[in-house]
Design a protein around this ligand. Structure first.
Ligand SMILES: [Zn+2]
Length: 208
């Protein structure tokens, strides 16, 4: 596999991560993309302090901060990733996401825990690389116009996340067209058929 297709595939995996929306899909992802992001993220919880929220200028417009929250690291990071996706991967958010990919979260949870070998080697996770990729080619980060899921576009003209979605969308637009114009079309068609039969009768009469 070339480097280019590998980073594209990683970016698609990032989209899959961003779309996880229940424990079952998260569990599936955890076991099928094991080296994509730090394993710690699935188990460790962090506290999102209201103080932190007030300090962030983006949150100021949302009003007073809510109560303190305990979140699994993957959910906290997924939330930030979704914001970045929505905003078109602005640089500041990307830098934050990438650097958070390098934080050894187990230090927050239990001080007695040793740094895992991956952190000792300062591993660069595919998660971080794919954010960097989408930061430089942000046009690729899209929402499917049929199912609404996030996906990574191969070409600028793409509108759907998969063949299934583009097929379903085509079928739906045909159905919508038929609902809106079907009656007109049928009427016009019957009329022109009637005309055709009448014309044929006339022609037959003349040629006889
Ligand atoms: Zn879709």
């Amino acid at each position: 596999m070339t480097e280019e297709t590998e980073i594209f595939r990683d970016a698609q995996t990032l989209a899959t991560f961003s779309n996880l929306n229940d424990a079952q899909s998260a569990d599936y992802f955890r076991h099928n993309f094991q080296d994509f992001l730090p394993e710690d993220w699935w188990d460790i919880e962090v506290t999102i302090e209201p103080r932190e929220i007030t300090r962030s200028p983006e949150r100021l417009s949302l009003g007073p901060p809510g109560p303190e929250e305990r979140l699994k690291v993957w959910i906290k990071n997924q939330r930030e990733l979704r914001e970045a996706w929505q905003a078109g991967f602005p640089l500041e958010k990307c830098v934050r996401l990438i650097s958070e990919g390098a934080i050894p979260y187990h230090l927050h949870a239990a001080t007695q825990t040793q740094l895992s070998p991956a952190f000792r080697r300062a591993t660069v996770w595919p998660y971080q690389r794919s954010i960097m990729f989408l930061a430089t080619e942000s046009w690729r980060a899209r929402f499917c116009e049929h199912c609404g899921n996030r996906y990574v576009a191969e070409k600028p003209g793409r509108h759907y996340c998969s063949v299934e979605c583009s097929g379903a969308a085509r079928k739906q637009s045909r159905r919508t067209w038929w609902d809106e114009h079907g009656e007109d079309w049928r009427a016009r068609n019957t009329k022109s058929k009637q005309k055709e039969t009448a014309n044929r009768k006339i022609t037959r009469r003349i040629t006889r």
